[in-house]
Design a binder for this molecule. Structure first.
Ligand code: ATP
Ligand code: MG
Length: 333
């Protein structure tokens, strides 16, 4: 039987280079071998944006554009809007009984995100428990494989635990999913921060114009100890070189730049200029495809609606099995 992929993104903004190397690249590559579902997780986005629900609608469109731009093939991949599959909310409620408060409190990614978000009125239960709803997202589609960035590993582990408990308690209905990391498990931000993230404003977006990409590259964080281009510099942990390693296909050029950087015979400006060229080369076809789809919103919405219809069909079928396994598939009268 053909195996299935489920993964997704929160419509909190456009997608960026981190999404590409962390997850999108694998989705594009594997969509021909796997039955692929990609979830635009608007319900999860609400958990820390509930005061601004009005931004979701436009961002769902932007994320769909990014998918199509990087080569997600709508003939292969089903693009599904989370809130339009209400069965996900139902499964989340059942899963809540299978997770302890202590387990949720130990989730290192959620802990870190809570710190970053600095919720002034306390941590919303919805945010704190989003790993449970994410487990429902993955399992309702009976996914075998989940292409994600490193920050999502605790979520996949949580989903696996829930599946094991569910299958042991009720019946073997659900599939234990496996995480699949991308070429770069965690792309750093342009500010040198640990993770490029929409919520941190340290991103290069897939849809950025050449001028914007140039500005972002030229203002990137480099080796803070290096003041003059003649100072020997550090390559390791320097985000400009991390990006070169990932996005510059000319490995000879990258090696040469690293050597000169270490010796102090190349300036930051030149290293960044070459990075800009490589990035622009990578982003140009993506930008063009994005613009083509953006000019045809009707087609984009058709793709979303068809993907969601197929996703919901699958979700309904799983829920029939789930209710039967739990002995709550009542047939009164
Ligand atoms: P937000 O700040 O709103 O949470 P985000 O940038 O973290 O946004 P998500 O939609 O939460 O993006 O993540 C979608 C997917 O992209 C996840 O699989 C996540 O692991 C992956 N991802 C996001 N940022 C990176 C990154 N910098 N490096 C690698 N993978 C990433
Ligand atoms: Mg995130």
């Amino acid at each position: 039987m053909i195996k299935r992929i489920l993964t997704g993104d929160r419509p909190t903004g456009q997608l960026h280079l981190g999404h590409y190397v962390g997850s999108l690249q694998n989705r594009v590559k594997l969509q021909h071998e796997y039955d692929t579902y990609v979830l635009i997780a608007d319900v999860q986005a609400l958990t820390d944006n509930f005061e601004h629900p009005e931004m979701l609608e436009a961002n769902i469109f932007e994320v769909a554009l990014d998918y199509l731009a990087v080569g997600i093939d709508p003939e292969k991949t089903k693009i599904v809007v989370q809130s339009m599959v209400p069965e996900l909310a139902e499964l989340t409620i059942y899963f809540m009984n299978l997770v302890t408060v202590a387990t949720l409190e130990r989730n290192p990614t959620v802990k870190e995100e809570i710190k970053q978000r600095n919720f002034v009125k306390g941590v919303p239960v919805g945010f704190w428990s989003y790993p449970i709803s994410q487990a429902a997202d993955i399992t309702i589609f009976k996914a075998d494989l989940v292409p994600v960035g490193e920050d999502q590993l605790p979520m996949i582990e949580q989903a696996r635990e829930i599946v094991r408990r569910f299958n042991r308690l009720y019946a073997k209905v659900l599939i234990e999913p496996k995480a699949m990391l991308g070429a770069m498990a965690r792309l750093p931000g342009t500010d040198g921060g640990a993770k490029m993230s929409k919520s941190l404003g340290n991103c290069i977006y897939l849809g950025d114009s050449p001028e914007t990409v140039r500005k972002r590259v030229m203002s990137m964080f480099t080796d803070p100890k290096r003041i003059h281009p003649t100072d020997p510099g550090t390559v390791e942990g320097n985000p400009v070189f991390t990006y070169h390693d990932v996005f510059n296909p000319d490995k000879g050029e990258v090696e040469e730049l690293k050597e000169r950087y270490r010796k102090g015979t190349v300036g930051d400006v030149e290293v960044k200029q070459r990075l800009y060229d490589a990035l622009n080369h990578f982003l140009t076809p993506i930008r063009e495809r994005r613009a083509e789809y953006a000019a045809n919103p009707k087609r984009v919405y058709e793709i979303i609606m068809e993907g969601t219809r197929r996703g919901r069909e699958l979700a309904r079928a799983t829920m029939e099995e789930v209710r039967t396994a739990m002995k709550i598939g009542y047939r009164f009268g």
